[in-house]
Design a protein around this ligand. Structure first.
Ligand SMILES: C[S@@+](CC[C@H](N)C(=O)[O-])C[C@H]1O[C@@H](n2cnc3c(N)ncnc32)[C@H](O)[C@@H]1O
Length: 285
């Protein structure tokens, strides 16, 4: 008879998995979450036919990070919770202060009509699509603007979902009715919405691990929400170091309310508990 996976991983296995997850993602899972982690990994054992936690651990270690099994494993151990217009106060700021500031500044300087925004750890793209929706409903003569929204996440599966740009009622529940009607198309199933090309045309998705540098031109604004809450101080510092280099002088960072990055961003001006600006610029743009 083949060996049957134990109900729970033992303490030594737990430590090895926790260390592995930390090394790859920066996420530090509490060793107290043994039952949760056991259940999640057991799902992978079932799917792959691997019989023990130990054997699955060894299998993962041997596979290159690009292997699909890595993504499936990370899918199980990371949180993808997200929805459009999450944290209303930030979207009010984005639409009522940031975007009007961008328009006014462009008019004043006669500079290029260009805007680059990064949704870091974007999960299934709901944040990136909220950015696009706010822009489409605020920027006059949108076609004259070169808007680039880059959504990145470590999870390939989440990004595949993001590229489909289809959102269920739950993800859409905070989208203003007027925007829903104007920029989304209800799907034949009646329970989901497809973002229209005016939105999807602004967004590009790329796989990226926040523990590594991202090869991109600087951004005017970066959203970094609900991801570093799972990191420890060391991996937070690494991620913030990479992100900081990609905010243009005078550019801004929107952090999640519980992101715990204020100590790491001391050299930036804190405009709100969740909003930071690089020191080189006086205006929001
Ligand atoms: C809870 S979601 C946040 C989604 C969105 N930012 C929001 O606030 O609604 C967290 C995302 O972080 C991603 N993630 C975790 N570790 C990561 C890493 N090291 N690099 C990039 N993304 C990571 C996960 O795959 C997941 O999709």
């Amino acid at each position: 008879m083949p060996p049957v996976a134990a109900e729970q991983i033992n303490d030594a296995e737990m430590t090895r998995f926790v260390d592995l997850i930390y090394k790859v993602t920066g996420i530090r899972i509490s060793t107290q979450k043994k039952t949760l982690l056991s259940n999640r990994i057991r799902r992978r054992l079932k799917q792959t036919g691997v019989e023990t936690f130990e054997a699955y651990y060894l299998k993962l270690k041997r596979l290159p990070a690009s292997d699909l099994e890595w993504d499936r494993f990370l899918e199980e151990v990371t949180t993808h919770e997200t929805f459009l217009y999450r944290d209303q106060v930030q979207w009010d700021w984005f639409q009522r202060e940031f975007l009007p500031g961008v328009i006014a500044s462009q008019r004043e300087t006669k500079g290029p009509k260009a805007l680059r925004i990064w949704s870091a750890a974007c999960s299934t793209g709901d944040e990136a699509m909220t950015i696009a929706t706010c822009i489409a409903s605020t920027l006059p003569n949108l076609s004259e603007w070169r808007v680039q929204i880059v959504g990145t996440d470590i999870g390939v599966g989440a990004l595949e979902q993001a590229k489909k740009a289809v959102y269920n009622e739950r993800a859409m529940h905070l989208v203003p009715e007027i925007c829903k009607k104007k920029f989304f198309t209800r799907q034949p199933d009646g329970t989901s919405w497809q973002a229209n090309p005016i939105l999807t045309g602004m967004v590009n998705y790329r796989q990226h691990n926040l523990l590594e540098p991202l090869n991109e031109a600087p951004f005017d604004l970066v959203f970094l929400k609900n991801v570093l809450i799972y990191f420890d101080d060391v991996s937070k510092k690494t991620a913030v170091g990479h992100i900081r280099k990609l905010i243009r002088p005078g550019g801004l960072l929107v952090a999640g309310a519980a992101e715990g990055v204020s100590d790491l961003l001391r050299e930036l001006q804190r405009l709100q508990p969740w909003l930071y600006q690089t020191s080189e610029g006086k205006n929001a743009r």
